[in-house]
Write a protein that binds this ligand. Structure first.
Ligand SMILES: [Zn+2]
Length: 251
């Protein structure tokens, strides 16, 4: 109980750092320096105005010095990170696995919001998370290094196959290579079974949201956030879903 509350608070603080990543990685800026400032007036943000979620509520979503609106995405990312940290920590307990899967979770949050904002998936970030996912698999209880390598190859390969097939038959690009990178990372952490589950969940979610949005306008929707959402569901509930599905097959 104390552990879970602690995980939630730590998650909120980490969410604050993930905001910095989401904001600065696409611009190629340093993550550590300079400290955060208002994008409108440039005034640096005081520590007491930088408390996750709470500061946003106290300031009623406006900069203290210039009064410009602060995007609600900031507290949303903080809250989301807090809740997902809580969920992962409660599932895996006080263990290395919690850290391992938090790394994946944080990567997925950052990549999703960058993808939503810029329609790009940062290559370096995916590469480093992939390497970390492969190497750190030696220390997890959930899968072996071999399974991580196979999962990553399978994940990346499946998306490349979809990209090429879609191109051959329609002459258009459906998913991007960034999606293949995201799926390789997911495969390294979750293994090939959950790659399939992730892809299935992402396709269903993507189709539903796509139908809703298409009614309004022909907008291009990035697929990264759907893969991420599918991966988070697979991480938290995948074993149950897979067992239920396989159980349904055997009489
Ligand atoms: Zn300002």
């Amino acid at each position: 109980m104390v552990f879970c509350a602690f995980a939630f608070l730590l998650g909120l603080i980490f969410g604050s750092f993930l905001n910095v990543c989401i904001y600065r990685i696409p611009e190629g800026k340093s993550l550590l320096y300079p400290p955060s400032s208002c994008p409108e007036c440039g005034e640096s943000i005081k520590w007491y105005d930088n408390i996750p979620v709470i500061s946003y509520l106290i300031l009623r979503g406006r900069c203290r010095s210039c009064g410009e609106r602060i995007s609600p995405i900031y507290p949303a990312v903080e809250l989301l990170t807090g809740l997902l940290t809580l969920a992962v920590a409660c599932k895996f307990g006080l263990s290395f696995d919690t850290l391992y899967y938090l790394l994946l979770t944080y990567y997925l949050i950052v990549v999703s919001f960058i993808d939503l904002k810029t329609m790009e998936v940062p290559v370096k970030l995916s590469y480093f998370t992939l390497v970390a996912g492969l190497l750190l698999s030696f220390f997890t209880n959930t899968h072996s290094f071999k399974e991580a390598v196979f999962g990553a190859s399978f994940g990346g390969g499946v998306i490349l196959f979809i990209i090429e097939s879609y191109f051959v038959f329609t002459g258009k690009e459906g998913m991007g290579y960034g999606d293949a990178n995201i799926m390789a990372v997911i495969g390294a952490f979750l293994g090939w079974e959950k790659v399939l589950l992730t892809l299935f969940l992402a396709s269903v979610l993507g189709a539903v949201i796509g139908l809703i949005l298409k009614k309004k306008r022909e907008a291009q929707i990035p697929f990264g956030p759907f893969l991420s959402l599918g991966a988070i569901i697979s991480l938290l509930f995948g074993d149950g879903i897979i067992n239920w599905y396989l159980g349904g097959l055997t009489p």
